[in-house]
Write a protein that binds this ligand. Structure first.
Ligand code: IPE
Ligand code: MG
Length: 228
């Protein structure tokens, strides 16, 4: 979800106004995902690298996460959304961690959409955590390292148990993955748009889904093989 700062600066407003305006498209993609029957949605809200931003911007974002969780929980419930958080949650301030615990527990039995919000998340850190978990299993003698399969490794990742993402959408014009779900995106279709996140509309989301629908997913095979 990139482009909040530029959206605000272009209007002569402070960057925080851009982050606040970014809540509307968050609500939209959740509702549209439910409507389309999408099983899982993961939003990159704050990276482990975003901590290096000015303290005032970081504080504003943390306040916004708290306010939004309070405000959106009822509609997440009524939409059947199971909300979970991935990332290094232990470094978040206590009020936010408390809300995360409440929202996660309150929505745990919902099944329509699995929604993950990545906070203080880094893809390399995710992989390192999984590597440590696998190493620990080997040290305990539960598994021989030479026998470890991809699934043994992936069970230690933040998105364990969820299917790999089919579609990755980045707004704001930059064409990079920026340390998002590095392992899980191996075969994701990548979609980049110049549209800044606060401007990302239901029509824009529809266009991204149409692009996805038009792609041929070969997973290493030939076009003729997958067309059969
Ligand atoms: C993304 O928008 C929001 C967060 C990282 C929280 P940016 O704040 O990166 O917006 P730009 O890239 O400066 O426009
Ligand atoms: Mg940015």
């Amino acid at each position: 979800m990139d482009g909040n700062g530029r959206w605000a600066e272009g209007r002569g407003r402070d960057r925080g106004a851009g982050h606040s305006s970014g809540i509307n498209p968050v609500r939209m993609v959740i509702e549209e995902s439910v409507r389309h029957g999408i099983d899982a949605l993961t939003l990159f809200a704050f990276s482990s690298e975003n901590w290096s931003r000015p303290a005032s911007e970081v504080a504003g974002l943390m306040d916004l996460f708290c306010e939004s969780l309070d405000a959106e929980l009822p509609s997440l419930q009524s939409n059947g959304v199971r909300l979970r958080f991935i990332g290094e949650l232990s470094v978040l301030a206590a009020p936010l961690r408390a809300r995360i615990a409440v929202a996660s527990a309150a929505t745990a039995d919902n099944r329509r959409l699995q929604l993950q919000v990545a906070l203080s998340y880094g893809g390399r850190q995710d992989i390192l955590t999984a590597a440590r978990a696998l190493a620990a299993r080997c040290e305990r003698g539960e598994l021989r390292s030479a026998a470890a399969q991809e699934a043994d490794f992936a069970s230690g990742l933040a998105l364990a148990g969820l299917p790999d993402p089919d579609l990755f959408i980045r707004t704001g014009g930059e064409q990079r993955v920026s340390n998002f779900l590095l392992w899980n995106l191996a075969y994701a279709e990548l979609y980049f748009t110049e549209t800044l996140w606060p401007d990302f509309s239901a029509a824009d989301f529809e266009i991204a889904l149409q692009h996805y629908a038009g792609r041929q997913r070969r997973f290493g095979k030939t076009g003729a093989q997958v067309a059969l």
